[in-house]
Design a protein around this ligand. Structure first.
Ligand code: GDP
Ligand code: MN
Length: 398
């Protein structure tokens, strides 16, 4: 599960990480009044930031650093009135309905700091770079040596000496070292305490020297968190941050029906039972030159109504040129799937080719049901095994 930047900033602030002040707004009028308050309180720059579950906002023009209330109003009008397109959004972009109006900070250096799970090492890992900011993907790609990683001890977590040593590696000095170390320790605590799978601050900035802070201040000005969905039952505060408007509507619909649906870029819709079978179904489609449009896992004991809903979702997807049903009935009974196919045929109609491979519990009953309904299923072909099914569906859509 993802949350918005303004919510992530609250988590960091509550964890003790220095974060500039600001407020989330949903209208131009509110953006203007928050800006008035910030400038009245003495800020000299403000930042207007689109709150969407995608990065690359800076380059897309959806992070604007401005120095007057008027410019905040203009930036808010632009962001709330246009869709944001970045390499991390779908091609048609994302609608922006929330903005963060924040205190701006002067920047001397931009660092990258994150914690995530390193599956190869099987530990949580701190990741840092002296070259943070909007080019971090390019830095990671072209000069991986500029990215530093520190594994966290499974029981002791991050130890202060590791963070301090990292500070020197990044070229920090004087009072910056202690501030950076504190931020790392706090980030590690928030990461563990919230069952996060990613906690990222990019950039973590160092402000220019002032009289009060001769070595500058270490401040987080962007934050991105992902969480383990399976932990949400014990993370009520995090779960409450969930914003359904940021999710794929078909994936939400499937979730409501107790199904698990993942939308992909190809044109073959896949209805399967079990994640492992879903993976091998997609592999074999690709092996035969096809591209899956999605996979919908009906699980073990979905009701007939849920399976019918599954077909509605798959057939309603743009660009679905064919459907492959691949069920290995263990707990799931094949006849239930067959009934749902017939129900979907009556309700929505299969205009695209349908290839069905059923095996396992009640398969004979299922075959009879499909045989009987074959008049209403003119585009249906049955397959003898997975290989045959993939070959047939790929041929049918090409
Ligand atoms: P992202 O592009 O979606 O990652 O959005 P960020 O919040 O990271 O902002 C992108 C870039 O805008 C940062 O790397 C900074 O260079 C700049 N930026 C953001 N906030 C401020 C700020 O308060 N002051 C200044 N001077 N620049 C900022
Ligand atoms: Mn950023």
């Amino acid at each position: 599960m993802k949350i918005h930047e303004y919510q992530a900033r609250d988590l960091l602030r509550d964890g003790g990480v220095p974060v500039p002040g600001g407020d989330m707004v949903t209208s131009v009028a509110d953006a203007t009044s928050v800006a008035k308050r910030l400038f009245d309180e003495g800020t000299s720059i403000a930042v207007v930031k689109a709150q969407v579950h995608a990065g690359g906002r800076g380059k897309a023009g959806f992070v604007k650093v401005v120095s007057s209330v008027d410019d905040v109003t203009k930036a808010a009008e632009f962001m709330l009135g246009n869709r944001m397109v970045s390499p991390q959004t779908p091609p048609e972009g994302l609608d922006v309905s929330r903005l963060l109006i924040a205190d701006g900070v002067d920047i001397e250096r931009e660092l990258y700091l994150a914690i995530t799970t390193d599956r190869m090492r099987r530990t949580n890992t701190l990741i840092a770079s002296a070259e943070g900011g909007v080019e971090i993907e390019q830095v990671a790609h072209e000069r991986p040596e500029a990215i530093h990683t520190v594994p966290l001890h499974p029981l002791d977590g991050l130890r202060a000496y590791q963070a301090a040593s990292l500070a020197y590696t990044l070229g920090l000095h004087g009072k910056q070292v202690r501030q950076f170390t504190a931020v790392c320790m706090q980030l590690a605590k928030v990461f563990l305490g919230t069952d996060a799978s990613l906690a990222e601050i990019n950039p973590l900035v160092i402000t220019p020297a002032t009289e009060a802070f001769p070595d500058g201040q270490v401040i987080a000005i962007d934050a991105k968190f992902n969480f383990d969905d399976n932990a949400m039952f014990r993370q009520k505060a995090i779960a409450a941050c969930f914003d359904p408007t940021e999710e794929n509507p078909d994936e939400m619909r499937a979730k409501d029906a107790g199904l698990s649906f993942v939308s992909l870029d190809g044109n073959i819709g896949c209805l399967v039972n079990g994640a492992g079978l879903a993976m091998s179904t997609m592999d074999i489609i690709k092996l035969h030159g096809g591209e899956p449009a999605n996979f919908l896992d009906v699980g073990g004991d979905a009701s007939q109504e849920a399976v019918t809903e599954a077909f509605r979702i798959i057939l309603g997807e743009d660009g679905c040129a064919g459907v492959l049903v691949n069920i290995f009935g263990g707990i799931m009974q094949c006849d239930r799937i067959a009934h749902a196919i017939v129900a979907a045929a009556e309700e929505v109609g299969f205009e695209v080719p349908l290839v069905v491979r059923l095996e396992g519990t009640n398969v004979e009953a299922a075959r009879e049901i499909l045989e009987e309904a074959s008049g209403r299923l003119p585009t249906m072909q049955t397959a003898t095994d997975l290989e045959d099914a993939a070959a047939k569906v790929c041929a049918a859509v090409s």
